[in-house]
Ligand binder design. Sequence first.
Ligand code: UD1
Ligand code: CA
Length: 466
Amino acid sequence: MNNLCVLIMAAGKGTRMKSAAPKVLHQVLDKPIIDYVIQNVLSIGIPPENIAVLIGSGGALVQAHIVKQFPAVKILWQHEQLGTGHAVKSAREWWKDYANLVVLNGDLPLLKPESLKELVSCCGKDDCTVITFNAEDPGAYGRIIRDNGRVSIVEFRDATEEQRKIHEVNAGCYAFRVEALQRVIDLITDNNAHKEYYLTDALGLMNDGGMSAGAFIMPEAEMQGVNTQKELAEVSRVMREEILSRWLAEGVRMPDPSSVYIGSDAVLAPDVVIMPDVQIWGKSIIGQGSVIGSGSILTNAKIGMNVNITAYAVIENSELKDNAKAGPFCYIRDNSCLEPNAFAGKFVELKNSHIGEGSKVPHLSYMGDATLGHGVNIGAGSITCNYDGEHKNKTFIGNNCFVGSNTMFVAPVELHDGAATAAGSVITQEVQENALAVGRARQKNIADWSLRKHHNHSTAKTEGEK
Ligand code: UD1
Ligand code: CA
């Protein structure tokens, strides 16, 4: 497809959003609008080098985002936003050497890859093809004028009363033969109600110049542009319902889908159960038979098969392997991992920690920068003291270690295989294989202490009364 390039227009001010943030960075579920558009183009096999995003308003923020998420996609600047015609023209140096140019409004997150494919397949047939839809409420969309097979567009504010009654409108997706576009792009003027250079004028100009402009109709549902907060909310709702329906159709069980949120990049296997009030974001993957309990929030979580997350687990950038268990009320983050059959229970936080096969951290513990072997049991209330105010230090706990309740591991420190700690120990030194570490003050009992306390108390009182 090297004769084709795609220009995504995202330089507009987005005035109607009434927000300081650039329009295309507003989020639909867990991602900015622009990500959906770029991913859509990539998904039909267009190489990133052939894709450019035109930025301007709030451009520095948009650029920083795109460079991070889609480093191979080209960034072009439109320093002054004088309309969509001006936008395409200001990118001419980039597209002029391709045979075909597809132009997309940057605010169409619901557009489907199939529709985009169809638009691309129109390249070369007409000099210009646009996607249209029949809008229930055509609002301020550009109206499609069909006249003996010739298609042109009139913007709402420039349309006559009669033209405003037309329901077929311009979606903002165009395929141009570059040679034809070159012949008309300089002829577009700002002589209209908006005082803007309209890309949509290119069609009429092509007709006038003996070139051909065509259009095909797609379902309205995909073509909703985001111009206002209300439209953003509506698009988010549609996106969310589409995603939920897709996973239900794939065999995921959800007793109450109306309370569940799943982002578009998550992947769920059949027989996954998603309980009410769950959110699943980012590139999360959930394996067959796993149950995600109520109130859990997963972001970039890799969940194996038959994992049981009872309820209220927050899991970020971490992995739970087959048959692992977590929750209720745990926080697992920053590259932590539960190996098969491992368990992180009630009020447990894991940070950058690796819990070996079958090991258990059942209650009230913090494991930070810790590596646990297999068969380890961590007593309630035990924590790693991993941060000395300057550095994060590591704790190693070998296979089959038994950690007494309320043990403090002052890292860096290591327990070798089979070692144990006495409850309440502060562990500051390495513990040898199979040894017991007792790191606490020896208990001392003071005989008759209570009696003496009472006696002292009553004499003090008598003295005072004198
Ligand atoms: C545009 C179309 C309208 C169509 C509608 C579909 C024009 C003149 N009108 O109207 O026919 O029905 O989309 O949603 O094109 N942009 C720039 N630079 C600019 C101006 C805009 O990059 O100077 C970008 C915006 O960021 C946006 C896209 O172009 O992503 C469309 O601009 P917008 O202002 O939303 O156009 P609409 O008024 O919606
Ligand atoms: Ca728009």
